[in-house]
Design a protein around this ligand. Structure first.
Ligand code: AMP
Length: 178
């Protein structure tokens, strides 16, 4: 399955969730068996090259790719969760959205000290979400040097922001616009 085959499996919905946004929907990619397997296989190859010891996924669509990569590699999976979901005292970080703020949380005992963590999400736009997850996983004791995405929107500069924070960012596909 080529990169162009994978690209064709991503559905684009204009003006969702609000006017002006081109929503890049991975539901159709994960809904294609060979396409999902190929995407997970490419991500696992990159994670292996980065020396991953732990795979972290960002709620919610990052769980789909991240958990599949972790299981394929036989590595632990750490969920980076939305607030109020974990049943233990958490490490939490607030981060800015276009309007307002959001919060991510992680179990402080989930990452073995110094372990090499690869962070996975479906898509990187401004990078705010991924940067917050990186910071949180570092506070949890992880060494975070690699982030992987199915889709990058390069015009929004998120991958560059991650690189500036010392994290190599790679995506299977790049799409124009935002
Ligand atoms: P950001 O923090 O700006 O990098 O936004 C990344 C998060 O928002 C990811 O978890 C994406 O799932 C979601 N997201 C942002 N922009 C889009 C878009 N154009 N299409 C689909 N998902 C998006």
């Amino acid at each position: 399955m080529t990169v162009e085959d994978l690209r064709a499996l991503v559905r684009t919905i204009p003006d969702f969730p609000k006017p002006g946004i081109l929503f890049r929907d991975v539901t159709t990619l994960i809904g294609d068996g060979p396409g999902f397997a190929a995407a997970v296989g490419h991500m696992a190859n990159r994670a292996e090259a980065a020396g991953a010891e732990v795979v972290a996924g960002i709620e919610a669509r990052g769980f789909i790719f991240g958990a599949a990569v972790a299981a394929r590699m036989g590595l632990p999976f750490v969920p980076v969760r939305k607030p109020g979901k974990l049943p233990v005292p958490v490490l939490a970080i607030d981060y800015a959205l276009e309007y307002g703020t959001d919060t991510l949380e992680v179990d402080p005992g989930a990452v073995p000290g110094g372990a090499k963590v690869v962070v996975i999400d479906d898509l990187i736009a401004t990078g705010g979400t991924a940067l917050a997850a990186v910071e949180l996983l570092r506070r949890a004791g992880g060494t975070v040097a690699q982030a992987l995405f199915a889709i990058d929107l390069p015009e929004l500069g998120g991958a560059q922001r991650l690189r500036d924070a010392g994290v190599a960012a790679e995506a299977l596909l790049a799409f124009e616009g935002h």
